[in-house]
Design a protein around this ligand. Structure first.
Ligand code: F6R
Length: 592
């Protein structure tokens, strides 16, 4: 987590460039932010806790600057703990994404040598360590990167660091585990955690690999190997996304924008993603056994895939959440396929799982939204999710995109990918209907009735079970209403004890073989006073509110994701929360 951004070039508004870059990276953490620029061979710095919002830092004109948006790990959310961190000379400003797990061992000798620490962070240790190495490194154009590499080699853990040196007007960076991208533009060079922050300036980027360092000056960026110090030739890639796709475009927030993008996105996937479904299906065909993994919302997509593949294609797959996969890896070997699902392609538990599986001889297939991300580059079969940039911290369109592609893959396994694509098109049309004013008003009325409640439950059976889990996650993470999703059949095994008069319960009741049983469970909670919110093609006397959705067979799962997205959104607004940046969260979970 944490976002890092640096600029060196011909524009004198480095502070503004860095701040705009940080705003694009805030999805990575928003506990605090900070920007440093060079003025008269000194660092001038501004840092603040909280989100960037409309902040307008009072920093001098400069052609070089560095900045950070923080998701706190070591040290509380305070102004001194905000990055950048300075060395004792005030010539170096350093930012960091990751955890330096041996920072205590490094800090003590530095403190004994007279270095003065201003924060409780692991990051500040690196600034002082680099200061030490700079004094021991011969002067010259590569002094900064040589010292950065030497300091970086001493760090344990998964990290990306970047430093601005006002003495030379250069930036250096190194990474292992955390993402780092270099941007090449006509007016300068940039560093960022993610290329979406660079699109305002360039689509030409270099993805820095683990164990690589960069030296960035106004005219060029040079790449080095951390182990050998040898210079490497950077590979420049032209990325697809454009800057307009990362802007609000008239929507009040990114959550609304991304929910509303789903119909067009699904139509595009139905038209263009047949080949990708074929590639995934081929990887599945060739595998002896398949493990589908994901974290959070992606783990719900993995569970949904298990039902879709079983029911449409009769194909059995195993499902594991990314962080639990390590404990199951004894089953992985030659002939296994790990299918990793990830919007960001940077979720550390997924990357670790994929690497561990590869070591045991498995192939890695990945369905990833951010092309060029770590997971994308390590996969044997990398399939783009095609959802476009997702800036809201909540996964919405990336979830429905995963369901759509996995469903088309299941149809491809039966030789009928077009049937899957037709269902995705139908889902797009139905979601467009769900997003009309009438339906949204209905969901807003439900939110109005329940927003003061502290608990909510969502139930579904069979293919709707993962959707119940996802509905609960969407609602709780954005509204902070405690919401839990359950398999409908599990209610009587304990959960029903939590139902009180008025407890809202979202009931996913498609017209399939789960309908009667899920409705029986719904009646049981209704008998104990629950307020039932039915998501179903059919009205039912037990429903206090009925959100009508179409019956689309296997594609109903795609459609059923949307009511909870909207309900979570309206609950968040009514409870006074920022839907794009819920507390304590970061979109890309790059630390353990
Ligand atoms: C929930 C959410 C998270 C992510 C999870 C995995 O709305 O956004 O649960 O789904 O952190 O992220 P990716 O898909 O980037 O691996």
């Amino acid at each position: 987590m944490c976002g890092i951004f640096g600029y060196v070039g011909s524009h004198a508004d480095a502070a503004g460039i860095v701040l705009r870059g940080l705003k694009k990276l805030e999805y990575r953490g928003y506990d605090s932010w900070g920007v440093a620029v060079a003025q008269d061979a000194h660092v001038v710095l501004e840092k603040s806790i909280g989100k960037i919002g409309d902040a307008a830092p009072n920093l001098p004109p400069s052609t070089i600057g560095i900045g950070h948006t923080r998701w706190a790990t070591h040290g509380g959310v305070t102004q001194p703990n905000a990055h950048p961190h300075l060395d004792c000379t005030g010539h170096l400003a350093l930012i960091h994404n990751g955890i330096v797990s041996n920072y205590r061992d490094l800090r003590d000798p530095l403190a004994r040598a007279g270095h003065r620490f201003q924060s409780e962070t692991d990051t500040e240790v690196v600034a002082h360590l680099l200061e030490e190495y700079l004094t021991r490194t011969p002067a010259g154009p590569e002094q900064l990167v040589t010292a950065t590499i030497a300091a970086f080699r001493k760090l344990h853990g998964l990290n990306a660091i970047a430093v601005l040196d006002v003495s030379t007007g250069q930036m250096a960076a190194a990474k292992s585990g955390s993402p780092l991208v270099v941007g090449w533009s006509g007016h300068g060079h940039m560093l960022a955690s993610d290329y979406s922050a660079l699109l305002e300036h360039t689509r030409r980027v270099t993805f820095v690999d683990d164990g690589q360092a960069v030296l960035v000056s106004r005219d060029t960026s040079r790449l080095f190997d951390v182990d050998t110090g040898r210079e490497l030739t950077p590979e420049i890639t032209e990325v697809e996304w454009d800057v307009a796709a990362t802007e609000l475009g008239g929507y009040p927030d990114y959550m609304t924008k991304e929910i509303h993008e789903q119909p067009a996105m699904l139509r595009r996937l139905a038209e263009q993603w047949g080949d990708h479904a074929r590639r995934l299906a081929q990887a599945l065909r060739e595998a002896r056994d398949v493990f589908v993994i994901g974290c959070g919302t992606a783990s719900h997509a993995a569970l949904a895939a298990q039902y879709l593949l079983a029911r449409i294609a009769g194909r059995r797959v195993n499902v594991a959440t990314g962080s639990e996969f390590a404990y199951l890896r004894d089953f992985i070997g030659e002939g296994s396929l790990v299918l990793a699902l990830s919007q960001s392609g940077e979720t550390i538990d997924i990357i670790d799982a994929a690497r561990a599986a590869r070591q045991r001889g498995a192939r890695i297939a990945a369905l990833v939204n951010v092309e060029g991300s770590t997971l994308w580059r390590l996969a044997d079969v990398a399939v783009p999710l095609g959802a476009g940039p997702e800036r809201c911290v909540l996964a919405t369109k990336s979830f429905t995109a995963k369901l759509a592609i996995l469903m088309m893959t299941a149809y491809e396994l039966t030789g009928r990918v077009e049937a899957g694509a037709a269902l995705v098109r139908d889902a797009a049309d139905e979601i467009a209907r769900l997003l009309t004013d009438d339906r949204r008003d209905l969901i807003r009325r439900v939110a109005d009735e329940i927003y003061r409640r502290e608990h909510l439950f969502a139930i579904g059976r069979g293919p709707s079970y993962p959707l119940a889990l996802e509905a609960a996650l969407k609602i709780k993470e954005v509204s902070y209403v405690h919401a839990e999703g359950f398999a409908g059949g599990e209610l009587k095994h304990g959960v029903i004890a939590l139902i009180e008069p008025g407890t809202p319960c979202v009931v996913l009741a498609p017209r399939d073989e789960t309908h009667d049983d899920i409705m029986a469970g719904a009646m049981e909670v209704k008998a104990r006073g629950a307020l039932l919110i039915g998501v179903s093609p059919e009205a039912h006397e037990a429903f206090d509110y009925w959100i009508p959705v179409a019956d689309l067979g296997p594609a109903t799962a795609i459609l059923n994701a949307v009511p909870a997205q909207l309900l979570g959104y309206y609950l968040a607004l009514l409870r006074g929360h920022d839907p794009d940046k819920p507390r304590n969260l970061a979109k890309s979970v790059t630390v353990k």
